[in-house]
Each structure stands twice: as C-alpha cells, then as structure tokens.
Design a protein around this ligand. Structure first.
Ligand SMILES: C[S@@+](CC[C@H](N)C(=O)[O-])C[C@H]1O[C@@H](n2cnc3c(N)ncnc32)[C@H](O)[C@@H]1O
Ligand code: SF4
Length: 381
C-alpha cells in the first residue's frame, strides 16, 4: 500500500535568463529584462491558475518547502512574487515553510532582495559557479567575480540562510584555482554549499563545441579536494553535491531525494503525487507561451501517468542513494508501497562489491558506492 504523505514540496519554474549559458540544459529561455516585464504578469497568473487547479489534491497536506527555480527567478518583479505567495498562503499555513529563491549574481537589485525577505522568502540560492574571472568568461556568465561577491553581501544582509552553487572540473581549471574558489566560498560563511561536477549535456553549446575539461582522474582529485576542504570547515556532506552547516540541509531537495511528493508548476515543471494507492507523474509543456495557452484551456491532465510498480525500486533508489547518510527500509516501504525484502537479492551484488552497506536498518552507499551509483542501479535491473 502506498501511503499518501502528509507533506508536499512545491516547485515553481520561472523560465527566463538574460543569457543562455553554454553548459546549461535546464528549461531556460533567453529574454531581456524588458521582454520578461512584458510577459511575467500573464505567466504568474497562469502559475496561480495551475496551483489552484491542483489544490484539491494536496489540500490536507503541509507545504514543507517552496522553491522558486529557473531560469533566473530574480528577474521577476517582487510584486508578482507577492501575488504568487499570497495565492498559496490563502489556504495553506506557510509559517514553517522553507521558501527558497534562486538568483543570478548578474541580476541583483538591493531593493528587490529587501522586498523578497519581507514577503517571507527565507532562503536564497545564488549561482556563483566560480570566483575566477577567466572561468566565468569561459562559462559566459553575465557577472564578474566582484559582482558575485557583491551579490553575496547583498543576500547576506537580508538572508541568514543562503546557498552558493559552484561547479568544478571547469575547462582548464587547476587544483589551485579550485582551492581558491572553495576558500572564497567558505569565507562568506554560507549555511549551504553545492559543488557540481560540470557535465557536458547533450543539447548544449558545450556539447557541440566541446571545451577541454579535466580528465576523470583529475576531476576525482578535485572532488576529493572539495570533500576535504569542506570537511575541515565542518560542512556535512549529506548528498552527492550538497554540503550543509548543522541544521541547514535543504528541505526541498531532501524531499526529492527521499522520493517525497512534489507539485511542480510552470513551463517544463514536473510533479510527482501519490494518491489512490498509485504514484503519478505530470510533466508540463516546456515553452512558456505554450504553457500559458494550455493553462488557459485548462489542459492540465494531458500527460498524467502512474509509475508502473516494477519501476518503483529503481526510481526510489536513483534518488535515495544520493544521500550519503542513507535511507531506512521503512522509508522505502512507505514511499513505494513495496517490501524491501523483494529487492534484497538484486542488491546482493552491490553489497558484495562493497558499494552498499547496511547499518541498523539504514542502507548507505559506501565511499566507493557514492562514485558508482549507476553500478548499484544497474545491479537492480
Ligand atoms: C537551475 S541552475 C540555476 C541557477 C541560476 N540560474 C544561475 O545559473 O545563476 C542550478 C545550478 O545547476 C548547476 N548546473 C547547471 N548546469 C550544469 C552542468 N551542465 N553541470 C553541472 N552543474 C550544472 C549550476 O551550478 C547552477 O547554479
Ligand atoms: S543562468 Fe542558470 S538557468 Fe540560466 S542559462 Fe545560465 S545556468 Fe542555466
């Protein structure tokens, strides 16, 4: 039996960026600030319509987190965030909710950040990527290192809880340069840090014209440097790419990684909702204008499908194995409605290969397993 969780996370997608970065395969569309101004109100009205449509399904749940992601949410006017948050607040109590806004250091306006804080947004995630101007240029970021540092100071003024996103394994990046990035990031005392290994994704410009990136061995050495430096500074490495000071793990992402329910609204957003003993997925159309048209036509359930039971172990583990502190068998059963014993024999090779271990009902990837999650998943099939 699949239990319907008491909580749900809400993801809101804001799909525009001033410039499309050559490595990015997120659903983001290049648009000037003027173009965003011309369409944002209509788009936010569609977000509210979509949220209202799904309210019935989540009405008895607690919204534990709201994540405004992108794209570049910090391009949107504060008054529209007010409209959106008020619409959600109407029937849900958000007093304990983690509300995160993703921001790009090239779009920082002090007045806006003060307004975001007054609206109840209580966490900001800044896309820094690197503090090195050569790397920022190569990544075609719209900000310099000085602007990135200024952005952190502005955010720090209004938000005690903020995350910095950085990437490593950048074209021609040296270990010393990475160490400078890590040290600089730590010097701002962020509550949370995300360090992503740059991946060259299909459908990006970096895929067509491949830059020279560090070899796998060099990237591994870089990752180990990140782990060691952050451990020295008492950050808990709780997920493959995520590090937090005590008590500051990202609730929104933890919900994804434990295969919790989430409602995703906006162009290209995905939802996963459990009800009637099934788990459903919904995927929205990616183009923002098309999205507005579909919402106007109330075309919400066009792509709703339940996840077949045979796929649930893979789907659960693909997320939960990212958690370095592991997951309990109880969570597995609650979220999938299946008994953990049913997959034990499929996981046996992973135990034997020292990729996975069990510690008092908690399953964890070993240090080697963290690097070979695909191998564990492959053993499952
Ligand atoms: C959805 S993006 C949004 C952040 C914000 N738009 C920005 O870039 O400033 C979230 C994060 O994913 C990471 N990211 C994006 N593309 C990546 C890639 N190809 N490889 C690794 N990390 C990536 C970046 O660190 C980025 O900050
Ligand atoms: S600013 Fe962020 S979301 Fe936009 S293109 Fe660059 S990485 Fe992608």
């Amino acid at each position: 039996m699949i239990s319907t969780p008491h909580s749900v996370g809400v993801y809101v997608h804001l799909p525009w960026c001033i410039h499309k970065c050559p490595y990015c395969d997120f659903n983001s569309h290049e648009a000037s600030q003027e173009k965003v101004r011309s369409i944002e109100e209509e788009y936010v009205d569609s977000l509210i319509d979509e949220f209202n449509f799904y309210q019935e399904l989540i009405k008895d749940r607690i919204i534990t987190s709201i994540f405004f992601g992108g794209g570049t949410p910090s391009l949107i006017s504060p008054k529209l965030f007010a409209k959106l948050i008020n619409a959600i607040n109407k029937n849900f109590n958000l007093s304990e909710t983690e509300i995160t806004l993703e921001a790009n250091p090239g779009t920082i306006d002090i007045k806006n950040f003060q307004a975001y804080a007054e609206l109840g947004i209580n966490r900001v995630s800044l896309g820094i990527q690197s503090f090195n101007d050569n790397h920022l240029q190569c990544l075609e970021r719209i900000h310099t290192s000085i602007e990135a540092k200024y952005a952190i100071e502005v955010v720090n003024k209004y938000f005690k809880n903020f995350n910095l996103d950085l990437m490593f394994g950048l074209p021609n990046q040296s270990l010393d340069e990475l160490k400078d990035d890590i040290d600089t990031a730590i010097s701002f005392d962020p509550k949370h840090l995300s360090f992503y290994h740059l991946t060259i994704e299909p459908q990006t410009r970096f895929f067509k014209i491949k830059p020279k990136i560090p070899s796998d061995d060099d990237a591994y050495e870089m990752f180990n440097l990140v782990l060691a430096e952050l451990k020295n500074s008492h950050f808990d490495h709780y997920e493959t790419s995520a590090f937090a000071q005590p008590g500051h793990q990202c609730k929104h992402n933890l919900n994804y990684w434990t295969f919790g329910d989430y409602l995703g609204i906006g162009a290209g957003a995905h939802s996963k909702l459990s009800h009637d003993n099934k788990i459903f997925r919904m995927d929205n159309t990616k183009n923002p204008k098309q999205y507005i048209t579909e919402v106007n036509k109330q075309n919400f359930f066009s792509n709703k499908a339940s996840i077949p039971q045979k796929d649930l172990p893979f789907e659960f583990l693909m997320n939960a194995l990212r958690l370095t502190h592991g997951f309990t068998k109880k969570t597995y059963s609650e979220r999938t409605g299946l008994s953990f014993d049913d997959i034990k024999s499929n996981l046996h090779p992973s135990f034997q290969q020292d990729l996975l271990y069990e510690d008092h009902e908690i399953l964890k990837p070993t240090t080697k397993g963290v690097l070979f999650l695909n191998e564990i998943l492959h053993n499952l099939i």
